[in-house]
Write a protein that binds this ligand. Structure first.
Ligand SMILES: Cc1cc2nc3c(=O)[nH]c(=O)nc-3n(C[C@H](O)[C@H](O)[C@H](O)COP(=O)(O)OP(=O)(O)OC[C@H]3O[C@@H](n4cnc5c(N)ncnc54)[C@H](O)[C@@H]3O)c2cc1C
Length: 505
């Protein structure tokens, strides 16, 4: 829908949906494209937003930087706190606990990763703890937090962090930052979608009021329903439920408790797991479970029986199917957020997937013809990203020795994708982990999950023998000391929040 038929540049973008995905898309496109495009965002208060999703991963800080957001200001507006990682309890065995910490662990030396030296040491000292070399873990254990780019003058990397926040308020915060000259918000319910006869591209959407909104490019941020990508374009959905069997959640907030943890907690239960996300004014909780093994009433009771503070309301049910849309970009429609797919929230990746989808769209920003070469490349990269996250999630279920319930027995015995099987085999045989292409999770993330869930390497890299015993002890000991001291120098997390970003009520 360009004003000049000879000009194929995109001038009018229509976003359907005003949840976290819709407003992130509006804010980022407006900032990147400026007044060259006009953006209209349609949302319906009558329908509302999904309203869960409070934990993020460090990549979200790139958005803040790009949008020029002051982090403290944003956290104040969203009741936010800081997140150093996810504590995973009871996954490998009942009684287990490890942190998937965002920071580095130790320091690579020569051509090989730190963990090879640690594996060598652990062969003679089984109590030597991998996480004693992790700054985020040592900091989290003491409920501390601070911004630290690196450890003093040493080559050790500093604190890597993300946020816990109210995602609904985050969407509203981004909305306020959109230039009203570029982004126009339209309140209304989309009831019909018109396709162009000649090529099946979306021409316009019709609102309940009868108004038609036309555009060159449509972004489907309508949530699980996928109003455009599925409802109008029938793209299809690929379910991964046979690998990731949890398909429901119960969510409830509870009163804040002390201390204020700088991490998300995920505790495996009989047929799924329970999250705990500490915000400034309350704690977010939810039980993610497989309906095949647990009824809604049982899930609700289990959630309420395992809260740290008083429940603030009754549990709210949610349903989902982990998987992805067969094509996130189809003709002139790009789906983002829940409309594009759903990764169950164990590693808090959904908001990140919105962000990376927008980055990819901007990198491949089309003209009105939406060249299939661009579309295919976008879909190929999207699939790679989803599948590599999927594999990381499956690892948490597969790498278990639990046999106390049918759910965990099913997880332990299931077939897994060959891509994941290869990763496990490499690690088990040789202690080797390779991050592939641009996959989201780093070697350190894979390392923590594999060691934390008892995948024991039979060997380490032969180059780790280059140090003699004294040198090895000095290398490891120095890192442990530096990490411990750095963690101990940081303030209490609650104090840090109070001093920098406390929400004024
Ligand atoms: C149990 C659970 C836990 C989660 N935890 C996390 C987490 O910890 N971290 C994380 O990153 N993510 C998490 N997520 C995902 C996160 O909630 C979503 O990715 C995020 O909120 C984006 O949602 P959305 O904007 O795509 O959809 P929604 O919030 O559903 O928004 C859809 C929008 O479309 C509009 N709409 C729909 N139909 C119409 C229509 N016909 N006309 C007009 N407007 C319409 C609605 O009004 C709404 O504005 C979780 C999700 C679930 C289910």
């Amino acid at each position: 829908m360009s004003d000049d038929p000879h000009d194929s540049r995109i001038r009018h973008v229509v976003i359907v949906g005003g949840g976290t995905a819709g407003w992130m898309t509006a804010a980022l496109l407006a900032k990147a494209l400026g007044r060259r495009v006009q953006i209209r965002l349609i949302e319906s208060e009558q329908i509302g937003i999904v309203g869960v999703g409070e934990a993020t991963i460090p990549q979200i800080r790139h958005i803040n930087a790009f949008l020029g957001i002051d982090e403290d200001d944003m956290l104040r507006a969203t009741h936010g706190t800081f997140k150093l990682g996810v504590q995973l309890n009871n996954f490998g065995r009942l009684g287990d606990s490890y942190l998937h910490a965002f920071s580095d662990i130790g320091l690579p030396l020569g051509l090989i990763g730190f963990h090879h030296y640690w594996l060598r040491k652990r062969a003679s000292d089984p109590a030597n703890d991998l996480w004693s070399y992790s700054l985020n873990t040592q900091t989290a254990n003491e409920h501390r937090f601070g911004r630290m780019d690196k450890v003093g003058s040493s080559p050790l990397g500093g604190i890597k962090y993300a946020y816990h926040f109210d995602a609904g308020l985050y969407g509203q915060y981004l909305r306020q930052r959109c230039d009203p000259q570029v982004v126009q918000r339209i309140e209304g319910k989309v009831v019909d979608v018109q396709l162009r006869e000649v090529d099946g591209f979306i021409e316009s959407v019709r609102l309940e009021s009868g108004e038609r909104i036309a555009g060159d490019l449509f972004i489907d941020c309508s949530g699980f329903r996928g109003l455009l990508i599925e409802g109008a374009l029938h793209t299809g959905y690929e379910s991964w439920q046979h690998w990731l069997p949890c398909d429901r959640a119960m969510a409830v907030a509870s009163a804040r408790t002390e201390p204020l943890w700088p991490y998300t907690r995920a505790t495996a239960r009989t047929a799924g797991w329970q999250w705990r996300v500490p915000l400034q004014h309350r704690t977010g909780n939810g039980l993610v479970y497989a309906s095949q093994h647990l009824s809604d009433d049982e899930a609700s009771a289990m959630l309420l029986a395992n809260l740290d503070g008083e429940a603030l309301g009754t549990p709210r049910p949610l349903r989902f199917t982990t998987g992805m849309r067969r094509k996130a970009w189809q003709r002139n429609c790009v789906a983002l957020g829940l409309a594009a797919g759903f990764m169950e929230p164990l590693e808090s990746t959904s908001i990140h997937l919105i962000q990376s989808g927008i980055s990819r769209l901007l990198a491949m920003f089309p003209d009105r013809h939406c060249d299939p070469v661009l579309v295919d490349e976008y879909n190929r990269q999207t699939r790679f990203e989803y599948e590599s996250i999927r594999d990381f999630l499956i690892l948490h279920y597969k790498a278990t020795e639990r046999d106390d319930t049918p759910f965990w027995r099913q997880c332990a015995s299931m077939d897994i994708p060959p891509t994941l099987a290869r990763k496990i085999e490499l690690f088990r045989g040789h202690g080797q982990i390779f991050r592939e292409h641009e996959e989201l999770f780093t070697e350190v993330a894979w390392l923590q999950a594999m060691i934390g869930q008892h995948i024991e390497p039979q060997a380490y890299h032969p180059l780790a023998d280059a140090l003699d015993e004294t040198q090895l002890d000095a290398f490891l000991g120095d890192i442990r000391t530096l990490v411990g001291r750095a963690a101990g120098s940081l303030p209490d997390h609650a104090r840090f929040v109070a001093d920098h970003c406390l929400t004024r009520t």
